[in-house]
Ligand binder design. Structure first.
Ligand code: NCD
Length: 334
């Protein structure tokens, strides 16, 4: 059945906009199956054999803990040999080489490039460059400046879907996104994917200086998504089915920074937990600072550690599609 319903894999993963509902559903079917495979030694050896003839380059020109490790672990799960550059000072960029030439060089050695860069739009440019060569390897955007983080959005939707499995799925849910929504790329990509679900209400909760950008407003309006922009976390918390916390992205410049003191109104603390529904989920792309109280970690509604692990499975599934072995992810007993 899976083979008949196999959607066409995108060539590259550049933006959340490349995904529609059938593609998301298929990706999560694969993700669930990969999780099951990995539970047994036979299953994980089967996965490790699928792409043991392939190589990947992880090029991360911005700091990363989770996304890097999660892609690296996804490579390990599939048997892909990974190489890495995590500091452009150690590559020939330092000798004045253009970023285009550096990335083109990677494509000479590997079958997949996974890249994070502070420059919005760079991934798209490199994808066009690769496509014009005679060895057009796929590229995955692992975060492009304040613009997009499509694979984080994929794992966030997967986490929401798993969390709401017994209460009707994502449709009809109220999702509160809290914090620096202007420069937080995870919120931008996740909001775009939520447009594929029915009757979702997104509440964007931030200080005015960190409100969402106009392009996202226009996108959501055009897609008919119900959204509101608010500035009181505690008022919104009782209606939330999910609260998605984010940190201040102060690595990017902004004219009006919000003072640490007034940002405290956008912190979720253990004392706020009684306000939340029993079925609510608390998420965070991490890393966190003070906006999410570690005392919340042991509450059953806290899903951010699960979210990390979900990222590894979702990215593994995505890589099977990009490298054309998704049709091998078939469980005999399904
Ligand atoms: C996020 C990112 O890099 O955009 N982290 C991540 O990938 N999990 C969020 C952040 O840095 O705040």
């Amino acid at each position: 059945m899976i083979v008949e319903n196999r959607p066409k894999a995108p060539r590259h993963i550049l933006s959340a906009d490349q995904f529609d509902r059938p593609l998301l559903d298929y990706l999560y079917l694969l993700t669930n199956r990969i999780r099951r495979f990995d539970k047994s030694k036979d299953g994980s050896l089967y996965l490790q054999n699928l792409l043991s003839h392939r190589r990947a380059m992880l090029y991360f020109a911005q700091p990363s803990t989770r996304t890097f490790m999660s892609f690296q672990s996804a490579c390990h799960i599939l048997g892909i040999a990974g190489s890495e550059i995590r500091d452009s000072n150690t590559s020939s960029e330092r000798k004045g080489e253009s970023i285009e030439d550096t990335l083109r060089t990677f494509s000479s050695y590997v079958d997949l490039v996974i890249m994070r860069s502070p420059v919005a739009g760079l991934c798209n440019r490199i994808a066009d460059l690769f496509d014009a060569t005679d060895r057009p390897v796929p590229i995955i955007n692992a975060g492009s400046g304040p613009d997009e983080h499509p694979t984080q959005a994929l794992l966030d939707i997967y986490t929401l879907q798993r969390s709401f499995k017994d209460i009707g799925g994502i449709d009809g849910k109220t999702i509160c996104m809290v914090g620096d929504l202007k420069r937080g790329r995870t919120v931008r990509s996740l909001s775009r994917l939520l447009a594929h679900y029915t009757d979702v209400h997104i509440k964007f909760i931030s200080p005015k200086a960190y409100a969402i950008e106009d392009d996202l407003r226009q996108f959501l309006t055009a897609k008919g998504v119900n959204f509101s922009e608010e500035d009181n976390l505690l008022d919104a918390a009782p209606q939330a089915d999910a609260i998605y916390m984010t940190r201040v992205q102060d690595e990017y410049e902004i004219e009006a920074e919000v003072s640490a003191q007034s940002y405290q109104a956008f912190h979720l603390k253990a004392e706020h937990l009684p306000l939340l529904k029993d079925t609510a989920v608390i998420m965070h792309p991490l890393p966190r600072r003070d906006e999410l109280d570690p005392k919340i970690d042991n509450d059953p509604r806290a899903k951010y550690w699960r979210q990390e692990r979900n990222g590894m499975w979702t990215r593994t599934a995505l890589m099977t599609m990009l490298l054309g072995v998704d049709d091998k992810i078939v469980l005999p007993d399904l």
